[in-house]
Design a protein around this ligand. Structure first.
Ligand SMILES: CC(C)(COP(=O)(O)OP(=O)(O)OC[C@H]1O[C@@H](n2cnc3c(N)ncnc32)[C@H](O)[C@@H]1OP(=O)(O)O)[C@@H](O)C(=O)NCCC(=O)NCCS
Length: 210
């Protein structure tokens, strides 16, 4: 595992009820510098503007074509939050990454899948203007800590091998590269290699008593 920097712990998590198996409410996570909060329909303009960026469209998928499409995406995310509140599995839930100092949305961090064997996969993107300050590293750290709080047995990321900034985020957070899925992805008709990065609960520096 690479040398790691852990910028903070999940102070302010409102997910305690989930851990104890009781009724769950909306989740907000923060380390003081970065806040992860659920998406609201008023974030639609930000989603459209920020995600219409070549690197985000390449690695995270096509941006919503309009504000109305973004509202529909946010409504699906909100449905996933309601399902999480009932069932406890966060597949499809997603947070807005907020720069706490500016109180402005700067990115997205979402749970792609939670399996029947408690394996969680998530992804992220940052608006171009918010990069280079450690915000994605903080967001991914908060997300990973929350998934372990929920009982994940394994948390993983899939990252195209040539996506150096995202590989660097995974390594800084504490994920280990387990190998390369050769020719797993496709981009503009070309097969691409994809790396699998994972972390287990007993490797998680913020796990244990936190
Ligand atoms: C992947 C992505 C989120 C990474 O963003 P990023 O800004 O490079 O990552 P961070 O916010 O963690 O910032 C890291 C940078 O800030 C610097 N930094 C400054 N303060 C820091 C701190 N406290 N902690 C960590 N890094 C810090 C790091 O040195 C690094 O700089 P470098 O790129 O010059 O080495 C961004 O490139 C992106 O959105 N790309 C397009 C979509 C995408 O690839 N999504 C992932 C799909 S798998």
């Amino acid at each position: 595992m690479a040398a790691l920097e852990h910028p903070g712990s999940a102070v302010g998590s409102q997910s305690d009820k989930a851990e104890s198996g009781g009724e769950r409410g909306p989740v907000t996570l923060s380390d003081g510098a970065v806040v992860l909060r659920p998406w609201k329909s008023s974030d639609a303009a930000f989603m459209v503007e920020a995600s219409r960026e070549p690197a985000i469209e390449r690695y995270n998928g096509t941006a919503p074509a309009s504000e109305a499409d973004a509202v529909a995406v946010i409504e699906r995310i909100q449905e996933s939050w309601r399902a999480f509140e009932v069932e406890g599995h966060p597949t499809g839930t997603a947070f807005v990454i907020v720069d706490a100092a500016l109180d402005e949305p700067v990115g997205m961090c979402g749970v792609d899948h939670w399996s029947s064997t408690d394996v969680a996969q998530f992804g992220y993107w940052l608006a171009a203007g918010a990069r280079g300050r450690g915000i994605a590293t903080r967001a991914a750290t908060l997300m990973t800590g929350w998934l372990f709080e929920l009982g994940a047995a394994r948390v993983f990321l899939t990252i195209e091998t040539d996506n150096a900034p995202s590989v660097a985020v995974a390594r800084r957070v504490g994920f280990t590269c387990e190998g390369t899925l050769r020719a797993f992805g496709v981009w503009q008709g070309q097969r691409r290699d994809v790396d699998v990065f994972a972390v287990l609960p007993d490797e998680w520096p913020l796990g244990g008593d936190h």
